[in-house]
Write a protein that binds this ligand. Structure first.
Ligand SMILES: Nc1ncnc2c1ncn2[C@@H]1O[C@H](COP(=O)(O)OP(=O)(O)OP(=O)(O)O)[C@@H](O)[C@H]1O
Length: 332
């Protein structure tokens, strides 16, 4: 499988009156065609900022370094080098790379109908008539299994339930048949039954449209059903990356193990689920050495609190950033 996206040494910081905070540090991963990459980690670890950095839709006080390479046929484009308001990035956003958000209501303006939003999304990128765009929009609403799409196309966002609005947003994101879809917690705001339907729909559509997906969630159960490959984030670092089966069968990083121990397992009766001790440190005051050492049950004094571990390649499909597996002598 060929690469569609390659993130190399991505660093994102925010300039604040108190100073600069680096919320992403040395982020590296690749996304291959037809692949679903799951980005997981607790709240605040940098999942959303990673997505926003890829599309360059960060607030003004943000600064990115590194490379985000988008493989567009024979052309390789470093998105970070494009003018964030220029024509080239606008042709990528919504057309080649689309995003769906946790709160669909925030993506729709209350004064336009679902159809008007969709027609605009198509005609912005494709040179087709409004009539044809409306036909495409209707077709897409059918594909996301919206009941009575002919009625919904003329409805206003506030007339739709959360699940229907999320389906409409997925339809809008897929209108231009993007190479990459970034889904940031797309089902968190929905109840469990609707959540399951939406996840199933995303997977079905991915097979039909051959899109690659970056799927962001803090929910391990969701990611186990969705992803081919998982990257675990902790405080702005990727601490472990592996194929989904490998990650669940053989988690290596103490943080990943702790995350997995905190979810119920089929057939295993436990009166209490494990929790991860301590709290996530303040990004303004990051711990020295490995960022997880303050909560780690395998903490090695004089090493983990002094040096940053390097990423160790355990096998072709498994990498971990932890001293338990080597990773010393990093000069940073
Ligand atoms: N505009 C901003 N200005 C300053 N700091 C920010 C800004 N946006 C995000 N951050 C900080 O960046 C860090 C990463 O945030 P991010 O939203 O990516 O986390 P997340 O893993 O997606 O969490 P969640 O699951 O809660 O959405 C956090 O410490 C957050 O406070």
């Amino acid at each position: 499988m060929e690469n569609v996206l390659e993130v190399i040494n991505l660093e994102t910081s925010f300039e604040l009156t108190e100073g600069s905070i680096k919320v992403l540090d040395n982020i590296n991963f690749t996304l291959k065609s037809n692949e679903i990459l799951g980005l997981i980690g607790e709240s605040g670890c940098g999942k959303s900022v990673t997505a926003l950095s890829i599309l360059q839709i960060l607030p003004r006080n943000a600064k990115c370094n590194g490379k985000v390479l988008f493989y567009n046929g024979k052309k390789i484009i470093n998105i970070l080098e494009l003018n964030s308001k220029g024509e080239e990035i606008r042709q990528i956003r919504g057309n080649e790379i689309s995003m769906i958000f946790q709160e669909p209501a925030a993506s729709f303006s209350p004064v336009y109908t679902i159809g008007e939003h969709m027609v605009e999304a198509i005609t912005l990128h494709k040179n087709i008539s409004e009539k044809l765009a409306k036909e495409k929009a209707l077709e897409m609403l059918e594909k996301v299994k919206i009941p009575d799409p002919k009625k919904i196309i003329d409805a206003y966002p506030f007339e739709l339930s959360g699940g229907m609005l999320q389906r409409s947003m997925i339809a809008m994101a897929l209108l231009c048949n993007p190479k990459i879809l970034i889904a940031d917690e797309p089902t968190t705001a929905l109840d469990v039954t609707i959540q399951a339907q939406i996840l199933y729909l995303i997977k079905e559509l991915q097979k039909e449209f051959h899109s690659s997906i970056i799927f962001i969630t803090h929910d391990l159960a969701v990611i186990s059903q969705m992803a081919d490959k998982i990257a675990v984030m902790y405080l702005g670092h990727i601490v472990e990356e592996a194929d989904v089966f490998e990650m669940f069968k053989n988690p290596l990083h103490p943080y990943t193990k702790a995350l997995l121990d905190s979810i119920p397992k089929y057939g295993v009766r436990k009166t209490r689920l494990e929790t991860i001790s301590g709290v996530v440190p303040d990004p303004y005051n990051l711990p020295k050495g490995c960022r997880f050492h303050t909560r780690c049950n395998k903490f090695m004094e004089g090493l983990c609190d002094v040096q940053q571990p390097k990423v160790v390649e355990i096998s072709e499909n498994h990498k971990v950033k932890c001293f338990l597996y080597g990773g010393t002598n990093d000069e940073r």
